[in-house]
Ligand binder design. Sequence first.
Ligand SMILES: *Cc1c(COP(=O)(O)O)cnc(C)c1O
Length: 460
Amino acid sequence: MITMSLRELPSVEKFANSLSKIISLPKPLIIGFVRRELDGWRQQILDGKEVNREEIETSVTENLNHFAASKLKPVINGTGVLIHTNLGRSPLGKTAADALVNIATGYSNLEFNLPEGTRGKRAGYLETALACLLDAEASTVVNNCAAALIVILRHLANGEKNEVIVSRGELVEIGGGFRIPEILETSGAKLVEVGATNKTHLSDYANAITPNTALILKVHRSNFYMGGFTAEPEASELSALAHEHGIPLVEDIGSGALMNTDELAPIDHEPTPQASLKNGIDLVCFSGDKLLGGPQSGIIAGKSDLIAGIKNEPFFRAVRCDKLILTVLQESIDEYLRTQSDPSQTDIPTLRNLAETTQKLQARADVILSKIGEITKGEITSANSTATTGGGTMPTSQIPSIALSVNPTGISLNQLSRSLRTGKPAIVGYTDQEKFCLDLRTIFPWQDDAIASQLRTILA
Ligand SMILES: *Cc1c(COP(=O)(O)O)cnc(C)c1O
C-alpha cells in the first residue's frame, strides 16, 4: 500500500467538471460539495491514513449521488400507507394542482378587493367556505395543526389565567416532535393533568377547575388505540361543565376527516370536526394534509369571537399560510362542498385511493403483470395485501388491497428495493415474508406503466 501524497488529491475544479457531466446539479453546488469532501480526505492523509485516488473518487461520487437523491422529487408510493408522512402525506387532485399552477405563475387577488379596488381580506373566501362545510360560526387557517394548537393556546391561556386541563389519557405524542405537554409549555400554558391513563371522569375535570383555568383541552388519540377498562366523559357532558364555568372547550382532532370516511372503506370511524362542533366543542383544530387530503395546513373552526381573537394574535401573523397553500386548500374545500351529496365522485386522491375496490386494483395488477411478461430473475405475482391509512391515523384499521409481489432470484431483496428507490422515477415498496411488495392502493393508475417498465428492466 502506498501512502498518497497530498499532491495526488484530484483538483477540485477538474473533478467537479467531470462530475457535473454525470450528475445534474448546479455547478457551484458540485464545486462546494467536492471541496468539502476533499478537505476531509486531505485531513485523513495528514493524519496518516493510507488512501488511493480511486477510493477517494469513488467515495466522493457516491456521496454526491446521495446528496443529489435528497433533492425533493416525485416518488411512487407502493407502501400501501395512504397518508405517508415521509412521502409527503396527501397527494393533490387535478383541480387543485391546476389552480396551483395558475396562481403560482402570476399575480392574484390575495389581499385585494377587485370590485372595490381596495385592500382585501386574505383567505376570506376560504374561511367562509370552510365555515359552511363544517357548519361552524367561523373558521381560519394556519401552517399546520401544531401551529393551530399553539395559536389557540396563546390566545386563550395567558398571564395568570393559563391553566389548561387535559386528561392523562390524552397526553399524546403524535410524532415529529409533537407532544401535548411540550406544546403547552411552548405556548406559555400550564398543564393541569387529570384522571388516569385509562379512565378520566367528568368529576376529575370538575375538581380541577380553578379561577385560573383558561380552557379544557381534548386531544384525539390519533395514532394509538386504547381498549379494555377505559372511560371518558362525552363531549356534550364536558361542554356543559365547561360552559357552566364560562370556560372554552377546545379539541385537537388531528386528522380532520371531513366526512364519514368509514363509509368509503372498512376502517374505524374517525371523528369529524362537524360532529365535535355539534357536540358543543367551542374550537376544533385539525390537519389539512391527513384524511382531509389537502395541503399541509392547520384548520381552526368554531365560535366566531374566539376565531376573531385568534386572528388578532401577533403570533397568528407568524404562522399564516401563503397564497399557494390557500389556493390548494380553497380548491379542496370547494371539492368537498361540490361532492357532499355523492362523495364517490370526489377528486381528492386520498379519498379515491381509500375507496378504490380490490377488483379494480386486481385488474390493474393483471395488466401490469402482462406488460412485464416473462422474467428470469425470480417470480412476480399479484397477492392480497393490507393497506393502512397511516399519518398517525386509525392505527387499527386494515384495508384489504392488492400488491405486486416479487420473489427475486439472482438479485437480493435489498438490491431490488434499492434499485427501485434510486430509479427514475423513484419507487418505494416494502418487504413482507421475503417478498418485495408494491401495494397498488397507493399507486396511481397513470404510474402503472413506469412500474411495469422498471420491474421488467431490473428482473427480465
Ligand atoms: C397529526 C396531529 C397533529 C399535528 O398535525 P400537523 O398538521 O402535522 O402539525 C396534532 N394533533 C393531532 C391529534 C394529530 O393527529
